[in-house]
Design a binder for this molecule. Structure first.
Ligand SMILES: [Fe+2]
Length: 173
């Protein structure tokens, strides 16, 4: 019978296996943000509401800042992100692309873009939250702080999008 300190192979320690889960999740969010930066560029072009356009342009900047914080984390941990395709992000990208292709420019498309963007931000909040907690549990304090900054940015963006959604005129929809 396996003990709590053994990995599935029964040879590793709890710390080793937490390390590999952490590396896997960090790699996922790294590739996700790379793809999302490009997506937010198209979303900014597709939005009509000026504030929403600015918010999406801000996301392009935030995304590259977040990528550089994740890269610092990889350096500190002496890890390298593997190249991989991220299935969870493919669905999020599809929602945003559908908002652009299914609706013409205007408040209805803007509402659909906000919906897609909030799903994206919630992915970030949950993934960074989990990674921050894992990093803290493993005693990787600096890395936990960097990830916390990313999580805070995602939460601020989510709130900003809610605020913008309330200004979209329902009569126009
Ligand atoms: Fe974001």
């Amino acid at each position: 019978m396996k003990t709590k300190t053994q990995s599935s192979k029964g040879t590793g320690t709890m710390e080793e296996s937490l390390d590999s889960v952490f590396g896997h999740e960090l790699t996922e969010v790294y590739h996700a943000q790379k793809q999302l930066g490009k997506l937010y560029e198209s979303m900014a072009k597709a939005a009509q509401n000026e504030e929403l356009k600015k918010s999406f342009e801000g996301q392009v900047q935030n995304t590259s800042l977040q990528i550089s914080r994740i890269e610092k984390c990889f350096e500190m941990l002496e890890l390298k992100p593997e190249s991989k395709s991220i299935k969870i992000i493919a669905g999020l990208i599809e929602s945003a692309e559908a908002a652009i292709s299914e609706y013409s420019e205007g408040p209805v498309r803007d509402a659909a873009l906000i919906s897609a963007a909030q799903k994206i931000e919630h992915y970030g909040i949950s993934t960074y939250g989990t990674l921050r907690t894992m990093a803290t549990a493993m005693g990787k304090v600096q890395c936990a702080q960097l990830i916390e900054e990313n999580k805070d940015e995602e939460a601020e963006t989510d709130e900003e999008l809610t605020r913008i959604a309330l200004t979209i005129n329902p009569a126009a929809i």
